[in-house]
Structures are given as C-alpha cells and as structure tokens.
Write a protein that binds this ligand. Structure first.
Ligand code: URA
Length: 189
C-alpha cells in the first residue's frame, strides 16, 4: 500500500490537467501516515504550501498542528492531511468548481488507498465538496455524518480561526469530539 501511495504521488506530481499546473511551484500531494484512521482535507495550497510542497505549513498550519497536538494527533504519526486541489490557486482565490472536479480523482484515489475511518473537512470548500453542497459550517461543524464507509465531520478552517479567534474554542471542541469518537471506535492513535 505504501508503494501504491508513493506511485500515486509520483503520477500526481506530473499532473497538467488544469491551469493551476501552469502557475504552481510544487504539487502539494499530502503528508502523514498512510495507514492512519483519520484524514484531514483542506481546500488547496497557499503560498507557503506551494513553496514547500506540504499542506498546512503556514500560520494556519501551525494553529492546526497545535490543536492536533492537544488531542494527541500528529501529522508525523497518526493522521494524514491532503487538500481538494493539489496546486495553489493564484492569489489564494477559491479553487474553481472545474479545477476541483479535475483534481478530485487524485483525492479519491488517495482516500481509497488510505481507507480512513473518519474524514475531517477543514473549511467550507472541502465540506461542501465532500459532505454536502449546502453545508453551513457555522451551524454544522462538529457533527458526524455517515457517508458510505466513512464518518465525516466539518470543522472551521484554521485560516478562518486566525481571522476570527473568537471561534477557536468552538473549533477546539470539534477536535475533542473527534478524539472521543476515535476512542469510541477503537481507532489507532
Ligand atoms: N489552506 C488549505 O486549505 N490547505 C493548505 O494546505 C493550506 C492552507
């Protein structure tokens, strides 16, 4: 399986299916333990991620790592992190629906190989694409939705928490709910 995900990453790094490939520095495929039971999915790389080739490495990423650490989760150990689109949209605009559609097959294959039990969507774009198009993050964050073989939950995007720190406790509650659900299901830590 690890070989398969390495193979998928190699293929993904050659992708030129949409115009984001023309302006990227790096393809940001994903990072973490491919055997993890929990996968986090954001929207798309920003400037730092584009430069470093890893998801969530800017200020938002540091906040995400802090919240993860508080519930014993760590990208180097027991989770996997990826994005809906693998290349940075210029000026950090939202990825267009067509770009998301072109790119999502990479994510589908990643999810198939990793086969997580829980998927956490970071922010509205990811939640709308993966949970339901009309999701209201402010009301529906922290709720587990059963979708096929997975439990899925949306939480607030770390960048939104940096803009609006008042929402940090609400987001942190979601991480606690996640950790409790992992224990309830006996998932790997
Ligand atoms: N925002 C995202 O949604 N993903 C990243 O990787 C970085 C910022």
């Amino acid at each position: 399986m690890i070989n398969d995900i390495i193979e998928l990453e190699k293929e993904c790094k050659k992708c030129e299916k949409c115009k984001l490939s023309k302006t990227r520095t790096n393809v940001v495929f994903g990072v973490g333990n491919p055997e993890a039971d929990v996968m986090f999915i954001g929207e798309g790389p920003g400037e730092n991620e584009d430069l470093q080739g890893e998801p969530f490495v800017g200020r938002g990423g540091q906040l995400l790592d802090k919240m993860l650490k508080a519930v014993d989760l760590d990208r180097k150990k027991n989770i996997y992190i990826a994005n809906i689109v693998k290349c940075r949209p210029p000026k950090n605009r939202d990825p267009e629906p067509g770009e998301q559609e072109e790119c999502i097959q990479w994510l589908r294959n990643q999810v198939k190989l990793i086969n997580p039990k829980i998927i956490v969507c970071l922010g509205r774009i990811s939640a709308a694409k993966l949970i339901k198009p009309d999701i209201k993050i402010t009301k529906e964050h922290g709720i587990f939705f059963e979708k096929g073989n997975f439990l899925m939950m949306a939480t607030l995007h770390p960048a939104a928490l940096l803009r609006n720190p008042n929402n940090k406790p609400a987001a942190f509650d979601d991480f606690i709910k996640l950790r409790e659900k992992m224990e309830e299901l006996g998932l790997k830590l």
